[in-house]
Design a protein around this ligand. Structure first.
Ligand SMILES: Cc1cc2nc3c(=O)[nH]c(=O)nc-3n(C[C@H](O)[C@H](O)[C@H](O)COP(=O)(O)OP(=O)(O)OC[C@H]3O[C@@H](n4cnc5c(N)ncnc54)[C@H](O)[C@@H]3O)c2cc1C
Length: 118
């Protein structure tokens, strides 16, 4: 079991970019997920199906990975069940799907800051 103190907060309280306020409490988790991209978000849902609670770590301040950070307005055509969906909407749908699962989101809690070339 993973025990985290401090900056754990609900992942799905906010939309597009705002970071939930930290909770000054201790939380217990079964699974640590590194990365709140599409795969990490769906992993939260799947863990919930197995009754496991997740702590999600990301170097970025918002969930969504590449979809949110690099191409939110780009249409995607290869998601099963969606003939066309914008990247930002896919992130919102994944977040909505995982919302019933109680998870903690720890933005910028691990990983390295983006590197610049030059
Ligand atoms: C311009 C562009 C267009 C694309 N178009 C399509 C498309 O049309 N269809 C399609 O299927 N795919 C497309 N892709 C690819 C798609 O975006 C990726 O396959 C998808 O985002 C992978 O999801 P993921 O959750 O595995 O990883 P990511 O989206 O990369 O998310 C990983 C997350 O983990 C975090 N992270 C990584 N390492 C650490 C660490 N050590 N500590 C903390 N956090 C960490 C990152 O900050 C990030 O938020 C496109 C990609 C780009 C760049």
């Amino acid at each position: 079991m993973l025990v985290l103190n401090g900056a754990a907060a609900s992942l799905f309280k906010t939309k597009r970019g705002s970071v939930p306020a930290p909770l000054a409490e201790t939380h217990n988790y079964d699974v640590a997920i590194i990365g709140a991209g599409p795969v990490g978000l769906f992993a939260v849902f799947e863990c919930g199906m197995l009754d496991m609670r997740c702590a999600v770590f990301d170097a970025l301040p918002q969930p969504g990975g590449q979809c949110a950070a690099l191409y939110p307005e780009k249409p995607i055509y290869d998601i099963p069940g969606y003939p066309r969906i914008d990247a930002v909407e896919l992130v919102e749908r994944l977040s909505e799907q995982a919302a019933p699962v109680r998870a903690g989101f720890l933005p910028r809690a691990c990983g390295h800051p983006p590197r610049t070339r030059g």
